[in-house]
Design a protein around this ligand. Structure first.
Ligand code: OOG
Ligand code: NI
Length: 470
């Protein structure tokens, strides 16, 4: 095979991803107007937060994070079959989004396992960090064998994409790019895959049985495609947005998932508004019956420092301690109080977080770096350079998701305490086979970005210091 060459006016994957993210947002805003209200509220609070905190603004500017915040969001979809997941991987690859991480949600009573498709490179993330939390239904967790067979047969009959979008993916795979016209058509067809269908593909009785097995199963199996079930803008102050939601007529979930509020935010905090009950039609032809389906919602997130494995282990341990008695507010202390108590021992200043190896940082020459550097600057330990003010350390933003939080988000939108007990077997190998590619390890991605920034600092220092005499 010859060397593939991109078309003359090739659009970069980053641009296609940005256009797709924007088009999804426009579509979802039209489908779920409360999401639009949420966007307005988030923009308002972000503006106020930046205005009141010049240090935050400076830090976000220095780490390339400021520009992306207003366009930043994630979405979530749920697919039914291995073939659909493999297709979705190829679709997202066109937009520079690759699978990162494996989330087994069966341990939390949700019959899916998931990954996050997202950009990985530093420039790509700065350009547009759009991510999609993607779940695959685990039909093998349906006990009732005849229902399982039926669900399989229903899913086998559907095709979630148009021939046109498949053709464009193949073109991209062959040429390594799409021209402008192709990219426009690609975005249009890609968005269509995730649109809402108000007509179920099954009759009311089948829907009821699927739903009785698990409401998520009905949401995935009973429709023509994997509708986007939420989009999530990024806020700089999730507590404030949460406080202002009721005044805008938004019913927020009771508890914010993730770590407690902190001076130095870590990982990810999330909350959502309750899913809407939407009218749908069951059956076909003359026999259509009206009903409702509850699946789609809005969510907000606040992102903080990416933690190392060690930092993450500490997070998991403290979260488990806070949740030992559940997340309800009854008892002597509210959940928020128990959470704050549990996290009191988690260092809350960037220097300590860095010196104890709990978080990932990006290093850069200090803007105020002087000319008279120590001769051995290029080989000094990075911490010495930070201490001398030659190098600055910027917290790296967490780009991924949290399984316990994700389970909480799923549950809050299924209504009540929709939980089944599933065996905690890991189906990771099956997931990767369905995906047709390995999932990247999030910790390795952050580690590598940190190392790259250190290498760049050393290279810059070598240029500024005379070569040691030999
Ligand atoms: C995905 C829920 C997980 C998050 O932000 O943790 C999620 C879903 O409901 O399909 O989106
Ligand atoms: Ni989400």
């Amino acid at each position: 095979m010859g060397t593939p060459s991109a078309p003359a006016a090739s659009l970069r994957s980053d641009d296609i991803r940005a256009a797709f993210s924007q088009a999804m947002s426009v579509m979802y805003r039209a489908e779920v107007p409360q999401y639009g209200t949420l966007l307005e509220l988030v923009a308002e609070v972000n503006g106020e937060t930046l205005g009141a905190d010049p240090a935050l603004r400076a830090r976000l500017t220095a780490s390339d994070d400021l520009d992306r915040i207003n366009v930043e969001r994630h979405g979530a979809i749920r697919v039914g079959t291995a073939g659909e997941l493999g297709f979705i991987r190829r679709l997202f690859a066109v937009m520079g989004m690759v699978p990162v991480g494996y989330y087994d949600l069966s341990v939390a009573g949700v019959p899916v396992h998931s990954t996050a498709f997202r950009p990985v490179g530093e420039t790509a993330l700065a350009n547009n960090p759009f991510r999609v939390f993607t779940s695959l239904l685990r039909l093998e967790l349906i006990d009732d064998e005849s229902l399982r067979r039926e669900a399989e047969a229903i899913l086998a009959r559907r095709r979630i994409h148009s021939p046109e979008v498949l053709g464009l993916i193949e073109r991209f795979e062959l040429n390594g790019g799409l021209d402008e016209d192709e990219a426009t058509r690609f975005v249009r067809e890609a968005v269509r895959i995730f649109q809402w269908h108000s007509e179920a593909t099954v009759d009311a009785e089948t829907y009821r049985r699927l739903s009785a097995a698990h409401r998520l199963i009905a949401d995935i199996v009973a429709f023509r495609g994997p509708h986007i079930n939420h989009l999530t803008p990024r806020t700089l102050d999730i507590d404030e947005v949460q406080r202002r939601m009721p005044a805008r007529g938004i019913a927020a979930k009771a508890v914010i998932e993730g770590p407690p509020p902190r001076a130095c935010p870590i990982l990810l905090r999330q909350t959502s508004f309750k899913a809407l009950e939407e009218p749908i039609l069951f059956g076909s032809g003359d026999g259509k019956v009206a009903g409702t389906h509850t699946a789609r919602f809005g969510e907000i997130e606040q992102r903080g420092l990416a933690l190392t494995r060690q930092g993450r282990a500490l997070y998991d341990e403290l979260l488990a301690a806070a949740r030992r008695d559940g997340v309800s507010d009854d008892g002597a202390k509210s959940y928020d109080e128990r959470l704050a108590d549990a996290f009191a021992t988690f260092p809350d200043d960037y220097d300590t977080l860095r010196l104890q190896g709990l978080g990932f940082f990006k290093y850069a020459l200090s803007p105020a770096v002087r000319r008279d550097l120590p001769v051995d600057a290029a080989t000094m330990p990075i911490e010495d350079l930070v201490r001398l003010g030659i190098v600055e350390a910027y917290p790296m933003i967490y780009e991924d998701f949290l399984p316990v939080s994700a389970a909480g988000i799923f549950q809050s939108n299924l209504g009540g305490d929709e939980q089944r007990l599933y065996e905690a077997n890991t189906a990771r190998a099956a997931f990767i086979a369905a995906l047709g590619a390995p999932v990247a390890d999030e910790f390795e991605i952050y580690e590598q970005a940190q190392q790259t920034s250190i290498a760049a600092v050393r290279a810059a220092l070598r240029q500024r210091t005379p070569a040691p005499a030999s």
